[in-house]
Design a protein around this ligand. Structure first.
Ligand SMILES: [Fe+2]
Ligand SMILES: [Fe+2]
Length: 372
């Protein structure tokens, strides 16, 4: 087998996994761009087109196959085609429970019926019924990726200028590590702050998940409490991911930016994982400085919006609900909320590093839960 053919086979198997949600429904209904590239042909062409797709195209695909939480949110916006996949899935799960042939027939029937329906109705064999929630205003809750009790108003009066002065070697190392990453980021994104924010959030959502996971495993291994730090770090990761879900609505990444996210995640996840194992003190300090840089970037972003260089478009619906913003909120309000979140993450991570610097473990100090 030639190396070209081998590469094609590799992309055939890995492409859908690494570049997007592995969805049978998505495969069954390729987006127009993929069709142009050969009607859903696999291999390098498909991967290439996938990389070039925009956030808008992504949203359409998610709506057509609402398997994940974002897909559900997109479907709740009223996409008629979204009814097909869940029905097929529900029927398939029934098949696992007993009659495969009957399930297949039901799946085909569901696929025929599903096209015209507006909201997917899944008959669960397991007795799982989606809860019907309402917002504070009594309106039916439209998001499944977060719930009304997870929304909040960040404290925007937080001191944005606070800075941890690096005095010891480890802090200086953390500081200059982050500073050295700033230059290539500036060159790559320049003043495209929407994409820059999105890229930043794909990285920022990693440390909390890694730290929370490692503390979780430590708690299991040592039969000990975590002092609330597992939850705090996982909440941080989730909050960062919500930043990403928000910026997806206002920025459309180019194909090479999507490729960069892939590469950066592969490197950064592993580097941070190892770094946290070796020195959580250093790892939290790095994140503290990353958050300081994030505050700086969002301040620049706000400046460009105020100067009219970036259009102050209406805030995405997901942001209005998540940060309890007024209905007429704009991008400027959203960036202000995100910046306040970053300031809170900065404090939490510098605080965590300080605890280690004082020779203690995180569990010895109660975690700042609900610190927004
Ligand atoms: Fe963020
Ligand atoms: Fe952050």
């Amino acid at each position: 087998m030639s190396s070209r053919a081998a590469g094609s086979v590799l992309l055939h198997h890995l492409g859908p996994r690494v570049f997007g949600p592995a969805s049978s429904a998505a495969a069954a209904a390729p987006r127009p761009l993929l069709a142009l590239a050969g009607g859903g042909e696999r291999g390098a062409a498909a991967v290439w087109v996938r990389l070039q797709s925009t956030a808008a195209a992504e949203a359409k695909e998610e709506a057509a196959a609402p398997r994940g939480e974002e897909g559900e949110a997109a479907a709740s916006k009223g996409n008629a085609g979204g009814a097909v996949a869940p029905k097929v899935e529900a029927a398939a799960s029934k098949g696992n429970a007993g009659s495969t042939a009957a399930a297949k027939a039901e799946a085909v029937e569901a696929a025929k019926e599903g096209g015209g329906e507006k909201s997917p109705a899944v008959n669960s064999y397991w007795g799982i019924e989606p809860s019907k929630l309402v917002s504070k205003d009594g309106v039916e809750w439209r998001w499944s990726c977060f719930r009304p009790w997870e929304t909040y108003k960040p404290n925007t009066s937080i001191d944005l200028t606070r800075h941890h002065e690096p005095k010891v070697l480890l802090d200086k190392l953390a500081y200059w590590t982050v500073k050295s990453l700033r230059a290539p980021t500036d060159i790559f994104f320049q003043r495209r702050y929407g994409c820059r924010a999105m890229m930043l959030e794909t990285v920022a959502a990693v440390p909390g998940m890694v730290g929370g996971m490692l503390l979780h495993l430590r708690s299991l291994r040592r039969f000990e409490h975590s002092g609330g730090w597992i939850r705090v770090l996982l909440e941080e990761a989730e909050n960062e991911r919500m930043h990403l879900m928000t910026f997806m609505e206002v920025a459309k990444p180019r194909w090479y930016e999507r490729a960069l996210v892939l590469a950066v995640q592969g490197v950064f996840f592993n580097a941070y994982f190892l770094g946290y194992l070796i020195s959580p003190k250093f790892a939290h300090r790095v994140v503290g400085y990353l958050e300081e840089e994030a505050i700086h970037s969002y301040t620049e972003y706000l400046r460009d919006i105020e100067d009219g260089k970036i259009e102050n478009v209406p805030a995405p619906a997901i942001a209005i609900d998540y940060w309890q913003l007024p209905a007429d909120a704009t991008l400027k309000d959203v960036v202000t909320m995100v910046r306040a979140d970053e300031a809170h993450h900065r404090d939490v991570n510098h605080f965590a590093s300080d605890i280690h610097f004082q020779g203690m473990e995180l569990k010895e100090t109660p975690a700042p839960l609900e610190y927004h």
